[in-house]
Design a protein around this ligand. Structure first.
Ligand SMILES: [Zn+2]
Length: 293
């Protein structure tokens, strides 16, 4: 189970033993070649809380914490595009970079922290300010190029093509790294389950005792929850796309999530929270201050 509302903040900062990781013993042999994300990119070995202003407790390989930059759908401009920064194994990983995300990162003073990016799909509300972020890192910060983690070669080519129109040579501004090189992040292929013929992914982030799941835009939740049911049991928080309209088949109508509420803790995002039906038992990320950047 995920932490309940009152203990959410404390319980999302579970400490791990850095040297032991029982879950790895159950991984396929190829997993032995994986790295933890922070291994190559985070040079301090001490676990020190560094930011009181953002709420992040940033400790090497020992905490996982998610902070949303926005929780709205594509047209819910008051709630900004759905995206989150995950503090995970010593890095700050941005999940999605829609058209409101770059300004939100700057405003929240998080832009310098973000070093890695994962994209769920290439709709504009999930990728629209990616080029701005890459250029900012290069031209303004003069920092190392962002690491774009990609779950498949096919999707990498789509990202490159998308960026080529904006920055000409994407590999100059980003370092592309296959996700399979990273331990404890699993991509779930949700091709066509948000939009017809569109490549999309959900992602699962594992620590020793905690698991965070990020659905991305997803009209049909069955495959993701089926995958989760086959994983070793662990305290799990699922952040799931949610819709309040039964006619919207690109996003998950909240009643379709009801069968899955007895296992993981489920939180809804990618919606207008003012339209939340009175009978919806699923908590919305927007109302959980612990999850907001
Ligand atoms: Zn979207």
């Amino acid at each position: 189970m995920c932490p309940n509302r009152s203990s959410l903040y404390a319980a999302t900062q579970l400490l791990l033993a850095p040297s032991s990781h029982p879950d790895r013993s159950t991984r396929p042999s190829s997993a032995s070649n994986k790295q933890t994300p922070g291994h190559n990119y985070f040079h301090s070995s001490s676990a020190i809380p560094v930011s009181l202003t953002t709420g992040f407790l940033f400790a090497r390989q020992e905490t996982m914490q998610i902070k949303f930059l926005g929780t709205g759908g594509a047209f819910d401009t008051d709630y900004l595009n759905s995206a989150a920064v995950l503090a995970f194994r010593g890095i700050h990983l941005l999940i999605d970079c829609g058209f409101t995300v770059f300004p939100a990162l700057v405003k929240k003073n998080l832009v310098q922290k973000v070093s890695h990016i994962l994209l769920t799909h290439l709709h504009n509300d999930h990728s629209g300010s990616l080029a701005n972020l890459l250029l900012y890192k290069s031209i303004v910060e003069h920092s190392k190029p962002l690491v774009i983690l990609y779950p498949s070669e096919h999707f990498k080519q789509q990202i490159v093509k998308f960026l080529e129109l904006q920055v000409k040579d994407p590999e100059k501004y980003a370092t592309f790294v296959p996700l399979e090189q990273f331990a404890d992040i699993t991509a779930v292929n949700t091709f066509g389950l948000h939009s017809e013929s569109l490549q999309s992914y959900a992602y699962i982030f594992d620590e020793e005792e905690t698991r965070i799941v990020y659905s991305g835009d997803l009209g049909k939740p069955e495959a993701l929850f089926d995958k989760l049911s086959k994983l070793p049991p662990k305290r799990t928080c699922v952040f799931h796309d949610i819709s309040f309209s039964p006619d919207n088949d690109g996003h998950t109508y909240y009643k379709k999530l009801l069968p899955y509420l007895s296992g993981p803790e489920v939180f809804g995002y990618h919606c207008d929270p003012t339209k939340n039906p009175a009978d919806n038992p699923i908590r919305l990320v927007f109302f959980q201050q612990e999850f907001m950047a």
